[in-house]
Structures are given as structure tokens and as C-alpha cells.
Design a protein. Structure first.
Ligand SMILES: [Zn+2]
Length: 333
């Protein structure tokens, strides 16, 4: 059966055996390997729906969920896989309430599932942007931070954290907001975006050094954080947003468009996003943007779904990570 639509996916994955076969092929295209030691010397125990690794080590048994974002989840693959499909393909994301109603899990489970799917979608890039004199846009935006949407205890914890961090003063102008920095490669039309602790020169320029090949063109606005970027061996060109937004090729409109997509999703679908979760929402939006259907790259919904599912291994997010450790996981302002 060819998977094209959400309807196809729901029908196809309503069968546990098909889910199993799909995920085995997706996760281990070259044959099943033990997630703990990498050995292919494994035995499938059909009765228990798990494998046994014949190498000598602790915890020799594993399931399809072991070593993935779904580890320890009691929710069946028949629900997980349609959830991956929905988040990979819904342009404006999907809220935990919508997912809860769509697949029949509690809203709390849906919320936790969505965060784990976002973690899978958070793909670490392998190569730098730009190169061969290519051009990269760099820009920042400020998101959310409406404390009245948060629980009182969480709000207090955040305020306490804020007061402890020296950087806080530097960003007092945007005191309720979180900074997100983005880079857009003009050639590949790919975006990288992450929450940053501040928009100081050191933060932004280090991100560029880490992500962009030297010798590339970098287009920014004329914020002081980008001053002397050319000294780092970039061809740095700026637009002054007071007078102009575009000077020939020099503009950051690609990223401006992305920021408005991100904000539309946050406002329309997610409404109240707590600061320490924002990176996940950004990663979700980046995933859909970078894998959108274009003339040169005619991906369909099944391709995006397969790509998201292929990223589940080696990542872990526990409920405590998400909810219990405010002090450690919060974005340091
Ligand atoms: Zn093993």
C-alpha cells in the first residue's frame, strides 16, 4: 500500500504487525542491531515481541522502542506513528488537545508524546552553511514570554532564575521575551534556529563561527552584535532597517518569513509556550521548513513522516526532564 494521506497512514498503521514491520525497516535498514552494543547477533523472540542480543552484556533484551524517544512508553505504535505523521506534516503544528482527540490518548500523554517527537525532529546538522562564497542570512527574533499564561510556581521559579543570571540586565529591553537566532543558507534554502541566552556580540558571532564556513557572505541587519564580523573572515553586508529592508541581494527576508511562520504556529496552535520548551517548538518548525515541498525537492507527507521516524534513535526525553527540573532545563536568560 502506498502511503500518501493521513487517512492512508491511520488505516495502514491500525495494524500492529504493519507498524512493527515499518519501524524495523525504517530503524534498521541494514538489519536489526542491538541498540546497546551495535551487534547484529540478535534473536527475535516473537512471543515477547522483543529481541535478545547474544553478546554478553547487561540488559540483553530490547524492543523497537529501546534507545529511542519512545523508550518506556506504554503507548502503542498504532498511536505513535500517526502522531509522527501529524506533527511532521501539519503546517501549523498540532496541539496536545487536538492530538488527544485525534488518536485517543489523554491530553497529558499527547503533550509528552509531542515533545518527544519534537526531539526526534531536532536534527543536528553535519556540515557548515555557506561555503564557496555562498550567502547566509543571520537574524534574531524575540518570542513569547507572557508570564500570565504560566502556572504561578513556574513563574516564580523563572523569576528567581532570571534574577540570578547576570545576563539578565543586558536584555532588560526584552525582559519577558526569549531570543531565537536563525541562519538561512541562501543556496540550499535550509534554516538552523535555536534559542540563545542573549543577543550579545559574543553569542551571535560564535554561532556564526560554528555554523558558517569562513569566506561566506553573511547578511544581517546593522545591530551592533554583528560589528566587526568581517574581521572573522566573512564578507559581511548589512541592511539598515530604519532606511531600507532590501539592498539588492542583501536582506534577511528569508528569515523574516520563517519568524512569522514560527510565531503564527506559536500563537495559533500552541498559545502558551513555556520558555524552557521553546527550543522544541523551534526545532519542529525548522524540520517542516527544511523539508517542505519544493520544485527541486518534491518531498511528500510520507517522506517527511519517514524522515522524522528515522531520527528517533539515540535520543531520550523523560517526563521529569520536561516538567520536574525547572531550574536546569529553563532557558538561561
Ligand atoms: Zn548487544
Amino acid at each position: 500500500m502506498k502511503l500518501e494521506t493521513l487517512r492512508d497512514a491511520i488505516i495502514y498503521f491500525s495494524d500492529a504487525t504493519r507498524c512493527h514491520e515499518y519501524l524495523v525497516a525504517n530503524r534498521w535498514p541494514n538489519g536489526v542491531e542491538c541498540p546497546r552494543c551495535g551487534s547484529a547477533n540478535v534473536l527475535f523472540l516473537e512471543k515477547y515481541n522483543r529481541w535478545h542480543c547474544r553478546e554478553k552484556h547487561d540488559a540483553p533484551q530490547f524492543t523497537l522502542k529501546t534507545g529511542t524517544v519512545m523508550e518506556d512508553s506504554a503507548i502503542r505504535l498504532e498511536k505513535w506513528l500517526p502522531a509522527f505523521w501529524l506533527l511532521a506534516n501539519c503546517k501549523n503544528g498540532i496541539s496536545s488537545y487536538e492530538l488527544h482527540r485525534a488518536i485517543g490518548v489523554t491530553q497529558k500523554s499527547a503533550w509528552f508524546m509531542l515533545h518527544r517527537i519534537r526531539l526526534a525532529m531536532n536534527m543536528e546538522p553535519e556540515v557548515k552553511m555557506g561555503g564557496n562564497g555562498g550567502a547566509v542570512e543571520s537574524d534574531e527574533t524575540f518570542v513569547g514570554g507572557n508570564p500570565k499564561n504560566m502556572h504561578a510556581s513556574r513563574r516564580l521559579a523563572i523569576q528567581k532564575k532570571r534574577s540570578e543570571v547576570a545576563d539578565w540586565k543586558a536584555s532588560h529591553k526584552h525582559s519577558e521575551k526569549i531570543a531565537v537566532m536563525g541562519l538561512l543558507d541562501r543556496e540550499s534554502r535550509q534554516i538552523r534556529a535555536k534559542v540563545v541566552p542573549n543577543v550579545k556580540r559574543e553569542t551571535l558571532q560564535n554561532a556564526i563561527l560554528n555554523q558558517v564556513e569562513r569566506g561566506s557572505k553573511v547578511y544581517t541587519d546593522n545591530a551592533s552584535s554583528y560589528m566587526n564580523l568581517a574581521a572573522q573572515e566573512y564578507i559581511h553586508e548589512t541592511v539598515t532597517h530604519v532606511q531600507e529592508y532590501v539592498r539588492g541581494e542583501v536582506h534577511t527576508n528569508g528569515l523574516e518569513n520563517f519568524w512569522s511562520l514560527l510565531k503564527r504556529t506559536l500563537r495559533g496552535t500552541y498559545v502558551a509556550v513555556e520558555p524552557f520548551h521553546l527550543d522544541g517548538y523551534v526545532a519542529e518548525q525548522v524540520f517542516r521548513y527544511n523539508n517542505r515541498t519544493t520544485k527541486d525537492n518534491p518531498l511528500n507527507d510520507a517522506d517527511r513522516f519517514a524522515l522524522a521516524v528515522s531520527q528517533i534513535s539515540g535520543k531520550r526525553l523523560t517526563y521529569a526532564d520536561l516538567t520536574g527540573k525547572v531550574e536546569e532545563t529553563e532557558v538561561p536568560f
